[in-house]
Ligand binder design. Sequence first.
Ligand SMILES: [Zn+2]
Ligand SMILES: [Zn+2]
Length: 355
Amino acid sequence: MAIPIDVSGKTQSAAAWVNLGSAELVEVPCPKMNAGDILIEVEASGLCATDHKVCGGHTPSAARNVIIGHEYAGTIVAIHPETHTQLALGDRIAVNPNIYCQACVYCHSARVHLCQNLRALGITTHGGMEKYAVVPISQAVFVPPHVSPEAASLAEPLSCVLHAFDKGNVRTGHDVLVVGAGPVGCMLNAIVRAAGARCTVMEPNPARRKIVKEDFSADEVVDLDALPGCDGRFDVVFECVGRTDAMENALTCARPGGTVVWVGVARPDAVCKINPYLIYARELTLRSSFTNPYTMQRAVRFLADGGLNVEKFVTHKFSLEDFPKAWEAFERNDGLKICVMPNKSSAEIAAMTSN
Ligand SMILES: [Zn+2]
Ligand SMILES: [Zn+2]
């Protein structure tokens, strides 16, 4: 039987939001479990645009000095004696960072993601950009052992994308437009195609167009100059950029009776120009999607069944000691997903990526 790891009294390094505009490594005490918690050894922890917003001070709920990391997975190394679970030491889990109060009107009406007292690991409270992390058992989702840690760390972003996908009511044979070929756009493309719909991806960056076409098999990729030809063409449009011009353009691309889902996260003070007559005359449905209610399990299954080309999706891997390099690559907007592997040394990662 596996022996639990005891980290009490020890310290570790973690990436935290200390100064406005960046995240940096700090030395912190290892976390302590309470009843209902497990301790995991974090194997993979992704960086995402939300981290950028958090560290830039653009996420109103974010807490200063918080350990970042809300897209993470790891192995259970200790279970508090008063934690009730079927999970066992050694199990790999993915973390759902969004913690619902289970007491408000939304939690009581099957809309937990709209919880009035929402907390989030890595945003309002410490997350997983560290080697050992305490996770409330309610946030742990079992991952089959054949799923790699890197793939498991994608469960959270994929769960958000699945919720957005659900909002679009895509049907087999639909003509779908995804605006933006970043991580969210590439995931949506994979899900839309798996559902038997046709996926066109609009993206101004030629390198990203190439990636979504060659590595994620988009049916068609177009530059922004294709916009006039896209007017009124698509059954469903997903905007995955979060810029007001892209959000405005998304509306014009939907066909009469079509649905537009704003998936990208705009700045809290951004204001859009939309044409109410267009929405009226084409009887458009405009929807938004917020986080990942009830979709973590499906995300894990989609990953476990090979629904996403994870090898191509995780373009960079770094050790935690190399976190500054990971953040630099992230700031340069290199590749798609940057994954930090806190239980591996830089040499181990170099060996992994060279073969
Ligand atoms: Zn994220
Ligand atoms: Zn609630």
